[in-house]
Ligand binder design. Structure first.
Ligand code: GLU
Length: 417
């Protein structure tokens, strides 16, 4: 059966539509939320190492700023396109509203393959992107952060470029920076930490002991590698992991600390001798208790959802499960920690980083983690209340919490006439 719901932008629109209808809100709420406030497409010219000029296409989308300045990551990936960035920005609006952060949703990216670029090329490309969008971003306007294939070093070049253009240090422009220039303790681990925290809580409610669970993790980047490490250190058996080139499986569990070291040295997972190679598709269908899709969109679809054996899917990626697959998982009794909660630890600690930058007062790691758990717990409780009140999936419940907050803000701001 072909899955008709693969366009993430259409999916994001549909989710808002359903939420507005379920809550019985003004039609104007959906009219405003169904598309971004602003969509920028920019040409990003930069000089290759051989001296030639190349121009890539970049985007920045600001979806809705009813609750505060827009916020969201920057993705470097060959598949980046305008509909994807729009959807990702809409999902950020939901995430920030659900977590109670004073932000709207934004997102950006450049269609490029970082594996084909040298470090110097990535730096020049990153700086040129900031030159292209510098007028529309800022600490009180729109605040970028890392996402797929971007990292603290890239954030450092970007904040430096912006600060040079503006003639003043503006650390609050961007989050996910290195510690030494205003990054927050706990930010690198935040998304994986939040994902494990939320999933463990759901597992406990379902009578599954997280510390003894068998876990498969798709994606070994900013989110997957940290979630796998935390789960492994808690005693869980991480039996499979993967990156974009394929996966590894060992039914008796993989030593994740050892594998992280292997990846640091070899740059990818392939060739690791203490596990068998498997494909990304096989990884999703393994007999495990918990599956963390932590790579890209549209991984669990109508084509494979029936074969998912996990009892819990904890979404580290944005949009890994299509709506048709969601319905199939629901019928099978598989619980899904939705992306807008599961990976919201990242933007929550980004918010803490921005607060620290604005106040120029820096917190301990304990304080960051304590507050992260407080924000996640509150969002989970709000989501569960809607889940019980309306008898809908956790994902739909998350949208109800967020849409209700967005509607309140837009109403008092006088946008819904
Ligand atoms: N890229 C992350 C996300 O999708 C983090 C965004 C942020 O920290 O602003 O949530």
């Amino acid at each position: 059966m072909a899955d008709t719901s693969l366009n993430p932008f259409v999916r994001a629109q549909q989710s808002f539509k359903e939420a507005v209808e379920t809550l019985g809100l003004e039609a104007a709420v959906y009219e405003i939320l169904k598309q971004p406030m602003r969509t920028f497409e920019v040409a990003v010219p930069f000089v290759r190492d051989d001296g030639t000029l190349q121009v890539f296409t970049g985007y920045r989308v600001q979806h809705n700023d009813a609750l505060g300045p827009t916020k969201g990551g920057l993705r470097f990936h060959p598949d980046v396109n305008v509909d994807e960035v729009k959807a990702l920005a809409m999902w950020m609006t939901v995430k920030c509203a659900l977590l109670g952060l004073p932000y709207g949703g934004g997102k950006g990216g450049i269609a490029c393959d970082v594996d084909q670029l040298s470090e110097g090329e990535i730096e020049r490309l990153s700086r040129e992107y900031i030159r292209a969008v510098n007028l529309v971003i800022g600490p009180d306007k729109d605040i970028p952060a890392p996402d797929v294939s971007t990292n603290p070093q890239i954030m450092a070049w970007m904040v430096d470029e912006y600060s040079r253009i503006r003639g003043e240090n503006t650390f609050g422009l961007i989050t996910g920076k290195p510690l030494v220039i205003g990054g927050s303790r706990g930010r690198v681990e935040a998304t994986g930490h939040g994902l494990v925290f939320a999933t463990r809580q759901l597992a406990t409610e379902m009578g599954i002991d997280f510390a003894r669970a068998r876990i498969a993790v798709q994606g070994f980047g900013n989110v997957g590698s940290v979630a796998a490490t935390i789960a492994y250190r808690m005693g869980a058996s991480v039996v499979a992991v993967s990156d974009k080139d394929g996966g590894l499986y060992n039914a008796s569990g993989i030593d994740i600390d050892d594998l992280v070291e292997y990846k640091r040295v070899n740059r990818n997972l392939a060739g690791y001798a203490k596990a068998e190679p498997i494909t990304n598709a096989q990884l999703l269908e393994l007999p495990v208790d918990i599956l963390f899709p932590a790579a890209l969109e549209n991984q669990i679809t109508a084509d494979n959802a029936l074969r998912i054996q996990a009892r819990i899917v904890g979404e580290g990626a944005n949009g890994p499960t299509t709506p048709e697959a969601d319905a199939i998982l629901f019928d099978k009794g598989v619980m899904v920690v939705p992306d807008v909660l599961g990976n919201a630890g990242g933007v929550t600690v980004s918010y803490f980083e921005w607060v620290q930058n604005q106040s120029r007062f820096y917190w301990s790691e304990e304080e960051v983690n304590h507050r992260l758990e407080e924000y996640m717990s509150r969002a989970m409780a709000d989501m569960h209340r809607m889940h019980e009140r309306f008898g809908v999936t956790l994902r739909k419940a998350a949208y109800l919490v967020a849409t209700d907050r967005l509607a309140q803000a837009m109403r008092v701001r006088g946008w819904l006439k």
